[in-house]
Design a protein around this ligand. Sequence first.
Ligand SMILES: C[S@@+](CC[C@H](N)C(=O)[O-])C[C@H]1O[C@@H](n2cnc3c(N)ncnc32)[C@H](O)[C@@H]1O
Length: 276
Amino acid sequence: MAIESSRNPGAFRDFEHDGWETVSVGYERHFARLTTQTVPAILDAAHVAEGMRVLDVCTGPGMLAGAAVKRGAQVVALDFSGKVIEIARRNVPGAEFRQGDAQALPFEADSFDSVVCGYGIIHVPEPQKALSEIRRVLKPEGFLAASVWEAAKPGNGFGLLFGAIRKHGDLNVPLPHGPDFFQFSEPDKLKAAIQEIEFRDAAVETVEQTWELADPLGVITAILEGGVRARALLCAQTEDVRNSISAAVVEGMRQYRSSDGVYRVPMPALVGSGRK
Ligand SMILES: C[S@@+](CC[C@H](N)C(=O)[O-])C[C@H]1O[C@@H](n2cnc3c(N)ncnc32)[C@H](O)[C@@H]1O
């Protein structure tokens, strides 16, 4: 499998960096309770345990780092956004934080027992570089575990959102070219990518997750306040188009409304793992 890269890595990295600096608070508000659901599966797949030296790449608000600290690991967490690091440092006083790029990790080779990465490799311009860097800093026999979203399809939240954008809007707005956001979103593809970086014992697990939202427009609000690429995609549509997309999402959300009035949207993830 050829791992896709950005055709303009510098511009895409700057776009992502500016985006995360802008939405750091919104990401925590809207997405942290969702991506927290992946944490036990990632830590288990990376065999994180007491006394291990663990690196959390693309830490965001630090949910993986915090849970690894609770398991008794010595945790270093990295993100390229200063604003994000500020939030994570507040959330996880027991971890050490570094600001840096996932594609050029500021660590010695062979220095971590496990490296975890929650929804990070789908945001870097050259995922192959980030995965190779993770392998480099792992000790021999050390474990990688990384999560990505399952492919957008009918029956999940991204399927609802992108279905509405595809139907009413324009997916080809001028944004810096980034790798396909869903390129690792099938078990076979994620496994092939892990094997391509020469990890052994590659495995992939599906994790069922539920996004609980009080408002049928909650998915759109979350993207506008806490997303980067999808936010730029929505913002690039005309107001009329955005209204049509919102109406389609509200209609599609009816299937997820429970008798208590809460919308429970399936947001499955894949967790891929391997050993150096
Ligand atoms: C989708 S969030 C994931 C946060 C958290 N790991 C989680 O599971 O919710 C992606 C994070 O990766 C960071 N990030 C994106 N590209 C990066 C890069 N090239 N180097 C380091 N961090 C990056 C962003 O700042 C953001 O905090």
